[in-house]
Design a protein. Structure first.
Length: 225
């Protein structure tokens, strides 16, 4: 619905998602992000930002450049034509619950395609078993599936509840950021790195052992792009 409203008015309507939030990016042209964005990141380095904030600011240029375009569906999904648009938090929760089984089915299918244990999908075991979550997530990312955001989103969300059990996710991104930038650049900059940086910036948990490595890898990725 939002795409249908924005597309006729703006030559370039895109969005940046972050867990339950979304930033709408509207531009008059489809040209690359203006160079002023990069200069803003440079200026931020003298503004007494923390190292994590500097990394977030530097990454923002890539996020803007790779923001996902709104796509106007030719026809609404079957059964959705007469469905009321969710507006309240309760309605949004209900809509997510309605979509959850279908999304999990997609994740299971991609787990099987990756040769991972699909029986863990839909349980906390999926997130705790790196040997299952990583290949499944990379298979989803390879196919450009929205559910590739599942692992990063859950890892960051749990951290903000004080749960550090998925700290391995940040360690993985810190270790593999440059190779992931080559293989899955959009997923890394739109989702994986922002969520790992959110974990690193979280004041509710002790500092992670991988934070410095993550910041260095983020600098390398942004400098190379």
């Amino acid at each position: 619905m939002l795409a249908g409203l924005l597309a006729p008015l703006w030559p370039h309507a895109a969005y940046l998602s972050c867990r339950r939030n979304m930033t709408v990016v509207l531009r008059d042209t489809r040209e690359d992000v203006p160079s002023e964005t990069g200069r803003g990141a440079e200026a931020g380095r003298g503004a007494r930002l923390s190292r994590t904030d500097e990394a977030v600011l530097a990454l923002q240029r890539l996020r803007l450049a790779r923001a996902a375009d709104f796509r106007v569906a030719a026809d609404p999904p079957e059964g959705d034509a007469d469905r009321a648009v969710p507006r309240t938090p309760e309605q949004l929760d209900a809509e997510m619950a309605r979509r959850w089984p279908e999304m999990l089915a997609e994740v299971r299918a991609h787990a099987e395609a990756a040769g991972a244990d699909a029986s863990a999908v839909g349980t906390r075991e999926f997130y705790r078993r790196r040997e299952v979550a990583v290949p499944t997530t990379l298979e989803l990312a390879r196919r450009g599936h929205p559910a590739a955001a599942l692992l990063p989103t859950v890892a960051a969300a749990l951290t903000f509840g004080g749960d550090t059990s998925l700290g391995w996710y940040g360690d993985w991104i810190a270790e593999e950021a440059e190779s992931l930038a080559a293989e899955h650049p959009e997923w890394l900059t739109r989702t994986a790195l922002p969520q790992a940086l959110a974990m690193a910036a979280n004041p509710l948990v002790p500092e992670w052992s991988w934070t410095n490595r993550l910041l260095k890898r983020t600098s390398a990725v942004t400098a190379a792009s």
